[in-house]
Design a protein around this ligand. Structure first.
Ligand code: 5GP
Ligand code: ZN
Length: 118
């Protein structure tokens, strides 16, 4: 069973934010912003590649609720999912990072020069 499945099953403790029948939200152990919540489906999917449009729609609604719960819905926030090798995904259980609580920077995403690809 993967790390995040164990968190859903409460075999590993987490700083829980909110849950419903399908999804679970908890604070990231290594926050990159004042608010850094991870949102995951309770059923294991390896990545965003594997989720249905129907479940993704429900997950979007749940993330809107989580943003309200943690108080960033009006101030603004960012949701990110890292997918696979180039996406930098470390935990192979689909998750969205919900980041906020301060003005976020727009990152330096790659050392590759985008101009080389046009
Ligand atoms: P990824 O790089 O796969 O998109 O993100 C994985 C995230 O999971 C990282 O931000 C990391 O800090 C977080 N993380 C890894 N292990 C744990 C854990 O045991 N508990 C919590 N709450 N977060 C974790
Ligand atoms: Zn899992």
């Amino acid at each position: 069973m993967c790390l995040f499945c164990k968190i859903v099953n409460r075999e590993i403790p987490s700083n829980h934010v909110q849950e419903n029948e399908d999804f679970f939200a908890f604070h990231d152990i290594n926050p990159k912003a004042p608010v850094h919540v991870l949102v995951i489906p309770k059923i294991h999917y390896n990545s965003f590649n594997d989720i249905s449009g129907d479940l993704m729609g429900k997950m979007g609604t749940f993330m809107q609720e989580v943003a309200k719960t943690v108080g960033v819905d009006q101030s603004g926030y960012r949701i990110i999912s890292n997918i696979g090798e180039n996406g930098g995904q470390e935990v192979k259980h689909l998750h969205f990072h919900l980041l906020g609580g301060a003005k976020l920077k727009w990152g330096h995403f790659s050392d590759a020069d985008p101009k080389d690809f046009f």
